[in-house]
Design a protein around this ligand. Structure first.
Ligand code: NAD
Ligand code: GLY
Length: 383
């Protein structure tokens, strides 16, 4: 058994610890610099004798796998590593089956751990594999993109894409621990960093006007890796997500607020074929601007609000309009059809996250499809 002193020592390097309170499935999100070198001790100190099967992608492996393996090996916790191709197509049935078989071949037992070491793609896929392997083994998230550190590693949504749409197959499976090392972000391509920033801004836009105001002043510090700014942005984001997940783990209500910008964004991702034309976070950025402009057009929020949001996301280097997507014009009817594949469709009606102002998102189920189509047609015509 790990001693208390061992366990305490293993947590001291985390600059911040955010608990995700879910009864017997509670866990901590540890945020701070240089945590990768501590991963072995953190796992040993908190999760007992488990050994780790690491799942990662080729980019993360190139930059950081040696450090993680050394840390796990130093504590005798490394069972093996599996390196998958990078990119959204990896979140698929094609990769899931062989991944499960390779985890079994590593000899991972019921009490062992899958370690999801990568961005949201690896987190969603490896988390899903952990959820079904031997009818469910525990897993640890070590997120390596900004998007994964503030969003996808927390809350237990796992899954894969199919030709019918994104994330339509999956399970809720909470991690046992999340270790967010801010230093690993330094190797992230700048475009990926910007895409992840959309999810940071989302927390301000959906429920915390003060945080959005702070981001308008401080966002540069995130991109220049200012330690205090980055840790504060991550902590505030993760706390916001943890609070929502704690009151609605399985998205029967409030958790849908986290999908601000996602109904539009997912349709745009499907329309661009989940390709490099549009990263997930970029789709969310455009989607959030559309949600604000749509809310404004319905008279739900004060004129000028959408412009303020658009101005900030543009300053952060994100796309904000349909015309910012390269490679051809969207069609309003096609986008509405793609929205129909959204998981949040109920009785054939779309669920939209709309806003009364910055930090005042709400769930709306009474929007008519023609109103959305007309709005999108106007957006396309104006672009
Ligand atoms: P990603 O996992 O594809 O990572 C983006 C790119 O960055 C990849 O090429 C990856 O190899 C590379 N990379 C990752 N970390 C790196 C690092 N430290 N240094 C250098 N390169 C690195 O993309 P993402 O944006 O992290 O995640 C997007 C996915 O997350 C989507 O599939 C989306 O649906 C999912 N998601 C899930 C949730 C959830 O709650 N489960 C929430 C939001 C998004
Ligand atoms: N990213 C949305 C959620 O976790 O619910």
């Amino acid at each position: 058994m790990p001693t208390l002193a061992h366990s305490m020592a293993a947590t001291t390097r985390a600059a911040r610890t955010v608990p995700v309170p879910l009864g017997g499935r509670s866990y901590d999100v540890l945020i701070g610099p240089d945590l990768l070198s501590e991963a072995g001790r953190l796992v040993a100190g908190r999760l007992g004798k488990a050994r780790c099967g690491v799942v990662t992608d080729e980019n993360v492996a190139r930059h950081h796998l040696a450090a993680l393996e050394a840390s796990l090996k130093a504590e005798g916790r490394h069972k093996g590593s599996i390196v998958l191709p990078a990119g959204e197509p990896t979140k698929s049935f094609r990769e899931l089956g062989p991944l499960c078989e390779r985890l079994l071949e590593l000899g991972l037992e019921r009490g062992d751990l899958v370690v999801a070491f990568g961005g949201g793609v690896i987190g969603d896929l490896a988390g899903f594999a952990a959820g079904i392997l031997r009818r469910g083994v525990r897993f640890v998230q070590i997120p390596t993109t900004l998007l994964a550190q503030v969003d996808s590693s927390v809350g237990g949504k796992t899954g894969i894409n199919t030709p019918q749409g994104k994330n339509l197959i999956g399970v809720f499976h909470q991690p046992a621990l999340v270790i967010a090392d801010t230093d690993v972000l330094k190797t992230l391509p700048p475009r990926e960093m910007r895409a992840g920033y959309a999810e940071v801004a989302k927390y301000g836009l959906l429920g915390d006007a003060g945080f959005f105001g702070w981001l308008e002043q401080a966002y540069d510090g995130i991109f220049s890796f200012d330690r205090e700014t980055l840790v504060t942005a991550l902590e505030t984001s993760v706390k916001a997500k943890a609070a929502i997940v704690a009151r609605d783990e399985h998205e029967t209500g409030d958790r849908a607020l986290l999908n601000l910008g996602h109904t539009f964004g997912h349709a745009l991702e499907a329309w661009t074929g989940y390709s490099d034309r549009l990263l997930h976070g970029e789709g969310v950025a455009i989607g959030m601007c559309l949600a604000f402009r749509f809310s404004e057009s319905l008279g739900l929020c004060p004129p000028g609000t959408a412009e303020r949001v658009t101005r900030h996301l543009t300053a952060a280097g994100l796309p904000t309009r349909l015309s910012d997507i390269p490679g051809g014009k969207a069609d309003a009817g096609e986008l509405v059809r793609l929205m129909g594949q959204d998981k949040k469709v109920r009785d054939g009606r779309l669920t939209f996250i709309l806003v009364r102002g910055i930090g005042e998102a709400f769930i709306s189920r009474d929007i008519d499809e023609p109103a959305v189509r007309d709005f999108l047609a106007r957006e396309i015509a104006a672009s």
